[in-house]
Design a protein around this ligand. Structure first.
Ligand code: SF4
Ligand code: SF4
Ligand code: FES
Length: 264
């Protein structure tokens, strides 16, 4: 994930502040991960692995290049455990567990892929896609969207009989960020990065009028342009789908057609 690139409309000062937060969090995590920690031995898909005490099962799998699908996980953030796509089976456990929030323990025997896990992950993705606009053909995030990639990888298409919801208005009333809550998968990453990394707490998940479904909202007022948001763009950097986007991206998606015609 690019933490050093330019962001929408942010000042250099704001950006370097955010990068400083990142660096301190990364350093802290790496130090915590390795300093004076015991080694934990476990097996994943029959393969022997070593983790550092305190790491999660997902950390161990990633370090060993074992693919586990994730939607709500961002290494910069505390595990959110909201998407349930990272489930794995652990011998002796009655139910699959979220690998992003389950510590790796000595002697664990873990399975990351089988028919049942695939069935459960597909069912989760189908539920998400049933509540998604699925306008991938013209979405600015296409090609970089985690939801699109996982649907492709796990062979899930949007259910044909999904109820159609009225589209909620796209929030476009500021200089930098476009928020389309219709595409939000409620992973919580943007809220967490804004609260824990940027320390602005500018966005929340709540119901607009105290009833109905919760959705991503600015904290306080009805627009993103509040005194709390400094447009650092870190919510954009973590959103796995096309729900929070940099305005400057629009219309600039690289396409195969464009690159073919420019090489002619
Ligand atoms: S909502 Fe938070 S993370 Fe997003 S631009 Fe504003 S301050 Fe930054
Ligand atoms: S806007 Fe994006 S990052 Fe925020 S909760 Fe929705 S999908 Fe997750
Ligand atoms: S990545 Fe573990 S629950 Fe989402």
């Amino acid at each position: 994930m690019n933490v050093g690139g330019s962001r929408c409309g942010m000042t250099d000062l704001t950006h370097s502040k955010a990068v400083h937060y990142y660096k301190s969090q990364f350093t802290e995590r790496i130090m915590n991960d390795t300093a004076n920690k015991k080694t934990v031995r476990l097996r994943v898909n029959g393969r022997a692995l070593e983790c550092v005490e305190g790491q999660t099962i997902l950390d161990g799998c990633r370090a060993a290049d074992i693919f586990v699908p994730t939607l709500c996980n961002d290494r910069r953030l505390i595990p959110l455990g909201s998407c349930r796509l990272c489930i794995v089976e652990v011998k002796g456990y009655t139910m699959p567990v979220a690998s992003c929030s389950t510590p790796a323990l000595e002697g664990m025997e873990i399975v990351t892929e089988n028919e049942e896990l695939l069935r459960l992950r597909r069912a989760t993705l189908e539920l998400i896609l049933a509540n998604h606009p699925n306008d991938c053909m013209c979405c600015e995030k296409a090609g970089r969207c985690v939801l699109q990639e996982l649907a492709y990888k796990l062979g899930v298409i949007p259910p044909a009989d999904a109820p159609r919801h009225d589209a909620l208005p796209v929030q476009d009333d500021n200089q930098s960020i476009i928020v389309d809550v219709n595409k939000c998968v409620r992973c919580g990453r943007c809220i967490t990065i804004c609260r824990d990394v940027v320390r602005r707490d500018a966005i929340v998940m709540r119901t607009p009028d105290g009833e109905g479904e919760t959705r991503l909202m600015p904290a306080g007022t009805i627009t993103l342009l509040t005194e709390r948001c400094d447009f650092c763009g870190e919510c954009i950097s973590t959103c796995p789908v096309g729900s929070v986007l940099d305005k400057r991206q629009f219309g600039n998606r690289k396409t195969l057609v464009a690159s073919q015609s420019s090489s002619e």
